[in-house]
Design a binder for this molecule. Sequence first.
Ligand SMILES: Cc1ncc(COP(=O)(O)O)c(C=O)c1O
Length: 395
Amino acid sequence: MTGRSANFLRHVAQTSDAPISIEVDRVEGSYIYDKEGKEYLDLIAGISVANLGHANPKVQKAITDQLENYSHVMVYGEFILEPQVDLATRLAQLLPDKLDTTYFVNSGSEAVEGALKLAKRYTGRAEIISFNNAYHGSTHGALSIMGNDFYKSAFTPLLPDTRIIEFNSKNDLKEITEKTAAVIIEPVQGEAGVRIADNEFLDALRAKCDATKTLLIFDDIQAGMGRTGKLFTFEHYDIIPDIITLAKAFGGGLPLGAFISSNKIMSCLQKDPPLGHITTFGGNPLSCAAGLAFVNELLDTAIMDGVAGKAQLFEDNLNHPAIKEIRNKGLLMAVEFDSFEFNKKVIDECIANGVIVDWFLFADSSLRISPPLNISDEDITKACEILSNAIENIN
Ligand SMILES: Cc1ncc(COP(=O)(O)O)c(C=O)c1O
């Protein structure tokens, strides 16, 4: 163990007993290189962040150009900062009219906190409904609506007036009433191990929210920004949410989150009280410059069009009787095995052989594949070979 590894374990707060502990030296595209020069093909992209690969040249240039000009100047919302205004304007051009106003924050959890506050403030109601196996972040509000007791029960009491219902259950929609401020849903649930909302279910959810004047929030933090082959997950469906949350890949590798709604809804953060939601660093100029370069690059290239084909290539190359199921929406993929123990051994063997994979928080027998969206076909074939060999060796 090097001195730095020991210091990592001793002085950087740990969240588990077994961190992956690769000491990063440099990155390029789909690859991470450690201090010994070993290369790792990154099949998880920093948990769905590096959607254009690591150190994308266009994004890097936008960051360095902005850095040479200015970074933090003033708390969020007071000064006119070009990268922030330009990114909000670009999003407004890409989104329907009812989603034309962006509030920038620093992370996914913060985006969710902002969205929940906005819904409570706008509707004057308190109740928030979320779904079984939902993951919306680790802060108190986001944790309160997590659809998994194991990870939240040690932190109670949490927010009152929260309720968890069954994903894809039209029957459970009866729980949504005139008391409900918002329903928050990941149309493609990530940490549940890639569970996809049915079209019909989302139609019924939208109708119920309309009938009860409840705001519908789509959490696109993990599945948005091209991961499913579309910039926003609602584009796979026929409905439009009232609020969208973004983060992860949105900042092009820098910390950036957002909650997005209509100007009318958003304006209630302006008065009674004013400054209804404030942040020092939200919408930092560096992060917004990176985010704008990321969004532009994603849209200026055919990368999103290639997502379905690349997902298919993974599926075609992963055939083993130990694989129970492969679930995916684009390049958010879950490869399901019999048990966590088996999955963990496969993951360890893959990492030892230079392919980084992981499991899902609420689906620990499923192996996570969420690579850069521009991963090459050769790298997919190579990764599948290493993964298949790992499965075979352990089986
Ligand atoms: C769907 C979803 N929402 C919210 C979050 C929280 O984002 P962050 O970790 O940036 O706070 C995550 C993170 O994994 C997520 O997947």
